[in-house]
Design a protein around this ligand. Structure first.
Ligand SMILES: [Zn+2]
Length: 115
């Protein structure tokens, strides 16, 4: 009788697992969160507005992102290696030149997302 919902619950569970495994943070994993959101809304256990709040702590994702960026970006003055200024920051500093660079196009959840 409730096959549809049953399917959705299983899907939600599977997607939640993928998010927990970090697959949704892969470059091609965006669909996972999107699907998760749509499924949760379809089940009535979440409202679209639940997903509009920016998450309070992005540090972990930012640090992962920065670690990656720091491998590819060097100081534009001396070509030396940069260091993240502090945990959770999108800024990197050249210890030699004391120059600060803002790295990357990391975006927080957009408030004005097009639908
Ligand atoms: Zn430098």
């Amino acid at each position: 009788m409730n096959d549809d919902k049953d399917f959705l619950y299983r899907q939600l569970d599977g997607l939640g697992q993928m998010i927990a495994d970090g697959l949704a943070d892969e470059p091609d994993g965006k669909w996972i969160r999107q699907q998760y959101r749509e499924t949760a809304i379809a089940l009535g256990i979440a409202k679209p507005s639940d997903f509009r709040k920016p998450r309070t702590n992005h540090s972990k994702q930012i640090n992962t992102f920065m670690q990656d960026r720091l491998k590819n970006v060097t100081c534009s003055y001396c070509n030396g290696a940069l260091e993240q200024t502090r945990s959770g920051a999108l800024r990197a500093k050249c210890p030699k030149c004391n120059k600060v660079f803002i790295l990357g196009k990391y975006r927080k959840t957009s408030k004005t997302r097009k639908r």
